[in-house]
Design a protein around this ligand. Structure first.
Ligand SMILES: [Zn+2]
Length: 600
């Protein structure tokens, strides 16, 4: 057993989640965490909503609400979306907690003391008519990179690059249209060049990463520049240095605070668990955390923050860069074991876009379809290694031909036949098992090693393919053995044996599919006469802020219960009832209905 951190990218709290958001890393990180727990590891899975920064401030301004009110609204919506999918976070929190502020400021101070955060004079914008600082979001101009004419002072929404207001071509104040004046102002920068060597050594020691992620990360190291980590902005974490703490117009940049969320959420989880130091088991490079492993899950547009920025912060805080230094009070911290980046999901051949209505929100999807139907599609056809396309026709086909006709059919026919003829799980005939019986049981047992190893190496498409092969073998076995023909009293012991074997394989296949399809796995467990929790589910809990702020909802759960990753013998004589179907066959008309919704 070892300690495994599953660190999942933080969704930005400016709207509900769509299925593109959850298919790249949301569901895959849950599959990984569920499997690792079943295999006996001590998993800590954390994330939360990312709530600071200009876009939320801009959206709040437009709606006439405070940024906190906007963040509250979407924090709750996102918590409900992720809950609906059964994502088993130990803690899904947010970045506006007192705990998060304290951990961010601790990392800032530690890095500053070690010399990896340095002040630098840059050009900042002021309004010539009032003489006051102009926050980044109130400056607009042409993007120097792509030429987009409505780029904001800190970011271009067209090409996605981070910008500095002074670089905008033809900058204008959005408040009154005047041309801002640029004067010298001080900001803080992350000294990335001083951390380049430690990052390179760390990357050189990585094994098993998806090759494109490793290549991309190495290339980023070739041109590391100091990077601004504070902005002219009121909405964010205050700068924890004398003379800066009380200033209302300068804040820590949102990407710097959000990436620290992995650590602050772990600390918050520990404080809530009753052992405030327990987070160290997943983070400390010495002592109890020494053998821990940390896996980070995100979309490909976020690789730089996880393979360069975050390890740079951890190394700088630990005092491991070219300027040396001493670790702060949190001690030396583990760098990522693996950065697991996914590609993008498109939708009917187009990019997801809320504004152009090319979107399916998680909540709308779950109103009409089951969570496991989506989880299945993501597992077999999601953007693991390539951009992939969601189409309703393909969703229908996967659901009806594979989930319902393959797995659902196996569960349904084997359990109903046993219930009808025996009322319970039948016994194995004293005459023993045939070669065909033994062969099928062996295929199912072998699945535990194969499927488990593939999930552990983030090859989930192959993993679910192997699990579904067991299902296909079992369906073939039933067709060949045709137990329904053994109606004579003399044949009944053989019929019982076949159904016992089939139910054993249903039980094994159900365990193999549990990380992917936890909701239906619980149902199949109960259909087999099992009791108790087979696949634990997250819960939404309203909690108090540990440091006196307002209460908020979190996702959490007790995942110490549930099935282990092993074949458990089914018990002859355990009563069975006629099953209700586990999966829903969908009518082909949903394709046209959904496409009509899409075009509005
Ligand atoms: Zn641009």
């Amino acid at each position: 057993m070892s300690h495994v951190l599953a660190a999942v990218a933080w969704p930005y709290a400016n709207g509900p989640r769509h299925i593109g958001h959850v298919s790249g890393f949301g569901v895959p990180s849950d599959v990984f965490a569920r499997y690792m727990r079943m295999a006996g590891h001590d998993v800590l899975m954390v994330s939360g909503t990312d709530e600071h920064g200009t876009p939320i401030q801009v959206q709040a301004d437009a709606e006439g609400v405070s940024p906190r009110e906007l963040a509250d609204r979407y924090n709750r919506v996102i918590v409900e979306d992720l809950h609906g999918l059964g994502l088993s976070y130990d803690l899904f929190t947010r970045t506006t907690t007192g705990n998060h502020y304290a951990v961010v400021q601790e990392l800032f101070e530690g890095m500053y003391r070690n010399g990896y955060i340095v002040p630098k004079t840059t050009m900042g914008a002021i309004s010539p008519s009032t003489g006051r600082t102009l926050p980044d979001r109130y400056i607009e101009g042409t993007c120097p990179i792509c030429g987009y004419d409505s780029a904001r002072g800190d970011q271009c929404d067209n090409c996605g690059n981070q910008l500095d207001p002074v670089d905008l071509i033809n900058p204008k104040s959005k408040i009154n249209g005047e041309t801002p004046k640029f004067v010298e102002t001080e900001h803080f920068f992350l000294d990335l060049p001083a951390l380049a060597d430690v990052l390179r050594r760390w990357l050189d020691g990585r094994e098993g990463w998806r090759p494109n992620v490793l290549r991309f990360s190495r290339n980023l190291l070739d041109d590391l520049q100091p990077r601004a980590i504070t902005r002219d902005l009121e909405w964010g974490v205050p700068i924890p240095l004398d003379g800066w703490r009380e200033r209302g117009d300068k804040r820590i940049y949102v990407w710097f605070d959000a990436v620290i969320g992995y650590l602050s959420a772990s600390v918050e989880w520990a404080r809530r668990s009753g052992d405030p130091e327990a987070w160290r088991k997943w983070w400390s490079t010495d002592g109890e955390g020494k053998d821990s492993r940390a896996y980070y899950f995100m979309g490909k547009d976020n690789i730089v923050f996880h393979s360069v920025i975050w390890p740079a912060l951890l190394a700088g805080y630990s005092g491991e860069g070219a300027k040396d230094g001493e670790p702060g009070r949190l001690g030396r911290l583990n760098l990522p074991t693996e950065v697991v980046s996914s590609e993008f999901l498109t939708m009917e051949g187009r990019k997801f876009s809320s504004s152009r209505r090319v979107v399916i929100y998680v909540r709308d999807f779950l109103e009409r379809y089951d969570a496991d139907a989506l989880r299945y599609f993501i597992a077999v056809a999601g953007p693991e290694n390539n951009d992939t396309d969601f189409t309703w026709a393909e969703f229908l086909r996967r659901n009806n031909d594979e989930l319902v006709a393959g797995w659902g059919n196996l569960v349904n026919r084997s359990i109903s036949m046993a219930a009808k003829n025996f009322g319970a799980i039948p016994e194995i005939d004293p005459a023993g098992l045939t070669e065909a019986d033994e062969a099928l049981l062996a295929v199912a047992r072998a699945g535990f090693a194969t499927v488990g190893d593939l999930i552990a190496r983030h090859r989930q498409k192959q993993a679910i393919g192997e699990a579904m092969k067991v299902v296909a073998e079992a369906n073939r076995y039933l067709s060949e053995q045709a137990p329904w023909k053994l109606k004579d009293e003399a044949d009944k012991p053989r019929m019982g044996t076949i159904l016992h074997v089939a139910l054993q394989v249903v039980s094994d296949a159900n365990t193999l599919l549990t990380p992917f399809l936890p909701h239906s796995a619980q149902k199949v467990h109960e259909l087999l006469g099992g009791t108790g929790v087979h696949a634990p589910m997250p819960q939404i809990q309203q909690v108090d802020d540990l440091d006196g702020g307002p209460a908020y909802p979190v996702l959490t759960g007790d995942y110490t219960v549930g099935a282990r990753w092993e074949s458990v013998p089914v018990e002859a004589g355990r009563p069975l009832a006629a099953p209700k179907p586990v999966f829903r066959k969908l009518d082909p008309s949903i394709v046209d209905e959904e496409l009509a919704r899409l075009t509005g």
